[in-house]
Design a protein around this ligand. Structure first.
Ligand code: ADP
Ligand code: MG
Length: 322
């Protein structure tokens, strides 16, 4: 590979919105045989939303809490959203943005979603890939994935469990709101598959690359997105905690794959860096700084067509050189 050709290739890539850290990245791009795609914010837009009317499912008021009778009077949709929104206002997760926004919609005059005005979120903690917890006006409020809640000893009543599963089947990210140890509601948060994703995944396949979906979200939501973009069941890894995303990439590498990992989140950074050891990491331009720093390529035009462009340019450049 002559330096001139590589420079021309880098320039061509840049025109297509593919910014590479150095000309040698083109060589790793050409060697890829597997593309691991993060779901939220990568295959999907990551702009999550929650409809106050349709996407909030309250627990049956008669259902007891963990220690017997319900620990408090039944909560309304507005109250649940106000409590959840107060805690989520301190989180930067896409789910959090949807919940705080819904809290504001449900109660435009209220203090929801503004932790500063509420001023009362104490003992806040954010658990990567799991959810958030905090004390609001003396109540312990938890918002997070169902598995995390059950790890913390919280059960879902049958009605909520059914709401959770049917929301997940439609591809929603379903999170649970628990107040003082009782699961109060399921929120079905919705995301949109980027319009260009299905065609881009098909193109990657045509170029001989194997697409793999990797997400911390639940299996049903992952399966829904996989179906939409055309990724096969065995290549879908769901419910993967941030620390384990790296392991999934390493396991593929151990089986001989040269992996290009595409991601946007803080939770993808380790996997992006791992991919770079024998392949490369690609960060969405709209992603977090941590992801961009960990990656070898930044996809300025944040969609999967840019991955197709990167592969095509690297092949064209290195074909000319030979
Ligand atoms: P992804 O891999 O899809 O980007 P994450 O690893 O960031 O997902 O999160 C995985 C899951 O953890 C989410 O689907 C959600 O159930 C839960 N979760 C993470 N952060 C939050 C939060 N701030 N509020 C509620 N749930 C959260
Ligand atoms: Mg993501």
């Amino acid at each position: 590979a002559t330096p001139t050709a590589l420079l021309v290739g880098s320039g061509r890539a840049a025109q297509l919105g593919v910014v590479i850290k150095g000309p040698e990245v083109l060589e790793s791009t050409r060697a890829l045989d597997t593309v691991v795609l993060d779901k939220t914010g990568t295959v999907t837009t990551g702009r999550m939303s929650l409809d106050v009317e349709h996407d909030v499912h309250l627990a049956d008021p008669g259902t007891p809490g963990r220690e017997g009778p319900a620990p408090h009077a039944p909560l309304s949709i507005r109250e649940v959203l106000a409590l959840a929104g107060a805690v989520e206002a301190l989180s930067e997760h896409p789910v959090a943005a949807a919940v705080t926004e819904a809290a504001r919609t449900a109660d435009p005059e209220g203090r929801a979603g503004s932790s500063s005005r509420l001023g009362l979120v104490e003992d806040f903690a954010s658990h990567e890939g799991r959810g958030v917890v905090g004390r609001v006006e003396g109540r312990e409020v938890l918002v997070g994935g169902p598995r995390w809640l059950s790890e913390r000893g919280l059960d879902l009543a049958d009605g909520l469990r059914a709401a959770l599963e049917s929301a997940q089947d439609t591809g929603a990210t379903a999170v649970v709101v628990a107040v003082d140890g009782r699961a109060e509601a399921v929120l079905a948060v919705r995301d949109t598959v980027r319009r260009s994703s299905p065609a881009a995944v098909a193109r990657l396949r045509e170029l001989g690359l194997r697409p793999v979906l990797l997400t911390g979200d639940n299996e049903r939501a992952a399966a829904h997105v996989a179906r939409v973009v055309g990724i096969d069941g065995p290549d879908v890894h769901a419910g993967v905690l941030p620390a384990d995303k790296r392991e999934v990439v390493a396991a593929l590498q151990a089986r001989g794959a040269v992996v290009g990992m595409v991601g946007d989140g803080v939770n993808d950074a380790a996997a992006l860096a791992q991919a770079g050891t024998r392949g490369l990491g690609m960060a969405m331009g709209t992603g977090t700084d941590v992801a961009i720093e960990a990656a070898d390529i930044t996809l300025v035009r944040a969609d999967l067509e840019a991955v197709v462009a990167a592969v095509s340019v690297s092949r064209a450049t290195l074909r000319v050189i030979k």
